[in-house]
Write a protein that binds this ligand. Structure first.
Ligand SMILES: Nc1ncnc2c1ncn2[C@@H]1O[C@H](COP(=O)(O)OP(=O)(O)OP(=O)(O)O)[C@@H](O)[C@H]1O
Length: 275
């Protein structure tokens, strides 16, 4: 089963948020949506779950009862305990009795929340709350799982738990799409979609994105053209879209972060040229 968006345009008050966006999510795969602040990640996911109506294009998603959605906000009720939250979400999707007992036990264990089962959601750490939200989104084994930044604010150990839950959900046959600000996470997805100002800069598997990347990235200290350079840890990197880097500069193998930044710089330059 394939879900997704086809040539979707969305705008708010006349300001475009998505422009001609086409994304496919296949059963069994995890698609990662990445992009900077305001790139359109949340809008893309909310359009897919039909919270936002597109002005143009098609949305292909299962009925609401077969979607699991973790919104960017917490996704749980502060005044309910962890167990009550999960039972409420299960009940809303028709998961009850022995099946709910079995799901609750398995999900809380997978999320490392078994010890916190009787705590109020308001007393959980931010990361624990995100994990509870993911448990609530998958309790009914949805055909389409949509997660808006599930790992933001989650510590590295809990991110491993989260990623395991997400990949197991996909392995069980769900189509999974999630936004993330962690590019190492996106590298592990089946496919990734890079958004910039409502446009898709590039999409495909990490290998495809790397193979399709043109030009050269060099180390640059100092940079030759500051507007084409960025800081990476202790180094500066610089992008040469036409591959015409001065020969004395050491070439670096770009990772996803370099590629995303380099492609955004090209788009910015194109937009500047068009303005
Ligand atoms: N409900 C709304 N009303 C008006 N404008 C909106 C609304 N939702 C999003 N926008 C605008 O649409 C654009 C895309 O926003 P969106 O939240 O989808 O980006 P994002 O990639 O999720 O960003 P972030 O990572 O900062 O949450 C932004 O310019 C934002 O201001």
């Amino acid at each position: 089963m394939t879900y997704g968006l086809d040539s979707v345009d969305v705008s708010f008050g006349g300001v475009p948020a998505l422009l001609g966006v086409t994304v496919e999510i296949l059963a069994g795969e995890v698609v990662a949506i990445v992009g900077g602040d305001g790139a359109g990640k949340t809008t893309l996911l909310r359009t897919l779950v039909r919270e936002v109506a597109p002005e143009a294009g098609e949305v292909d998603a299962p009925p609401k009862a077969e979607i699991g959605f973790l919104p960017a906000s917490s996704g749980s009720w502060a005044a309910l305990t962890v167990t009550q939250n999960l039972d409420f979400a299960g009940g809303a999707y028709g998961v009850r009795g022995a099946e709910l007992d079995e799901r609750r036990t398995a999900l809380l264990a997978a999320a490392g929340l078994s010890q916190a089962a009787d705590r109020l959601a308001s007393q959980l750490s931010g990361g624990m709350r995100r994990k509870l939200g993911v448990c609530m989104a998958i309790v009914h084994r949805p055909r389409l799982l949509v997660l808006d930044e599930p790992s933001t604010g989650v510590d590295p150990v809990s991110r491993v738990d989260l990623w395991r839950m997400v990949s197991e959900t996909a392995a069980a046959g769900s189509a999974v799409v999630m936004s993330t600000t962690y590019l190492d996470e996106a590298e592990r997805a089946s496919r990734l979609v890079v958004l910039d100002a409502g446009h898709i800069l590039v999409q495909g598997s990490y290998d495809e994105v790397r193979a399709g990347f043109q030009g050269t990235v060099t180390r640059a200290d100092p940079s030759v053209r500051p507007e084409w350079s960025w800081r990476r840890g202790r180094e500066r990197h610089e992008y040469w879209p036409d591959g015409d880097a001065p020969p004395h500069l050491p070439v670096v193998e770009p990772d996803l972060e370099d590629i995303v930044i380099a492609l955004s710089l090209v788009r910015r330059a194109d937009r500047g040229a068009a303005a």
